[in-house]
Write a protein that binds this ligand. Structure first.
Ligand code: AHG
Ligand code: MN
Ligand code: MN
Length: 337
């Protein structure tokens, strides 16, 4: 029987393998795992306690905030502030970046960007949701409050990124730029244990994931790519199947394991698509590249986009290399918007 390795043990073991080795980053990752366990506990009680439904408040993006969005946001913020490794957090649920004001936090060298609860429309119906996060070293001097520039760094500067899927089991997947590893939560011992070592995404797959309800508003290249998925994939890859949960973390996790493409393109009314660059696209792009896949906005590598707003959106083409490249061919052949 292979050795059981906990997330905590794994983080410490791997500390020296990457250029950003430090006990601080390990402590930061373990605070994320703690918050994930607390959120997981609450999600498991959805329906029994007053955690489903909306708060009655819209977030800055005009989306209805769910009670669990607000709860997860508070839990992750509190866990990150408590460990003194983080000087500020950018969150989907916060209009502006949150600056931690304690002296020890101001001396911290990391900022975190996060989507505390991803796929929140799934909560009330018992379907998988997730958390997405990434970590950067600050650019501003240690000991001062973090600035906008700390949060608006291109994705290729991430030092770590990960996601949690609260699904049929709960799994935490992360990278520090040296491969991708997944840890399944064992509720009987309250610990994430290594279950998916050195994850790689197949070069090809049979799954395409897109909200086809928006079909009529998609660019011509995307419409043609969908037709290709439905009608004319080469025999060796046929038939493609359509799978879409409506939670990026869950859709991506499936495609990472099985091979597939996730698309959230621009539409006429939303030229930048729906997904947020800093805490949805960038972390997934870092992870997929580490696993051997690709992430673009249909043209540019996601990790090379220089952001200018905290809640900026970007179209996303994410997944198996050959599938994303084929989608690009269709976009190039039909360059209309
Ligand atoms: P969030 O719940 O954090 O706002 O994210 C929802 C995102 C993403 O997870 C999902 O893939 C996508 O929005 C679903 O959007 P549609 O309902 O437009 O397909
Ligand atoms: Mn989301
Ligand atoms: Mn969210």
């Amino acid at each position: 029987m292979s050795k059981l390795r906990t997330l905590g043990e794994f983080i410490v073991e791997k500390q020296q393998d990457f250029p950003h080795a430090s006990g601080e980053l390990s402590s930061l990752l373990s605070s994320i795992s703690l918050a994930a366990k607390i959120v997981n506990r609450e999600i498991n009680k959805a329906g029994l306690v007053d955690i489903t439904g909306a708060t009655g408040v819209d977030n800055i993006q005009g989306e209805e905030q769910q009670k669990l969005d607000a709860y997860a946001n508070e839990q992750f913020k509190a866990a990150l502030e408590a460990r003194d490794q983080v000087c500020g957090v950018g969150s989907e649920e916060e209009d502006e970046a949150v600056i931690f004001t304690q002296q020890l936090n101001q001396h911290a060298k990391y900022v975190v960007l996060m989507d505390p609860l991803d796929g929140s429309s799934n909560i009330d119906v018992n379907v998988s949701v997730g958390t997405i996060f990434c970590i950067y070293e600050r650019l501003s001097p240690i000991g001062t409050p973090p600035t906008d520039a700390d949060f608006l760094q291109p994705g290729h500067r991430q030092v770590a990124a990960g996601y949690v899927v609260y699904g049929s089991s709960t799994i935490l997947v992360y990278t520090t730029g040296n491969g991708v590893n997944g840890f399944t939560y064992d509720p009987s011992i309250g610990t994430f244990c290594l279950s998916h070592e050195n994850m790689t995404i197949p070069k090809d797959g049979k799954i395409y994931s897109i909200n086809e309800g928006n079909y009529i508003r998609f660019p011509q290249g995307v419409k043609q790519y969908i037709k290709y998925c439905q009608e004319s994939v080469p025999a060796e890859h046929r038939p493609y199947t359509s799978r879409y949960i409506g939670s990026l973390a869950s859709d991506f996790h499936r495609n990472l394991i099985k091979g597939g493409i996730y698309l959230y393109p621009s539409t006429e009314s939303h030229p930048q698509g729906k997904l947020r660059l800093l805490y949805e696209c960038n972390p997934m792009a870092f992870i997929v590249e580490q696993a051997g896949g690709i992430a673009t906005d249909g043209n540019t590598r996601i990790l090379d986009i220089v952001p200018d707003e905290l809640h900026q959106r970007a179209p996303l083409f994410l997944g198996s290399t050959n599938m994303v490249n084929t989608a690009h061919d269709f976009l190039k052949a039909h360059p209309d918007k």
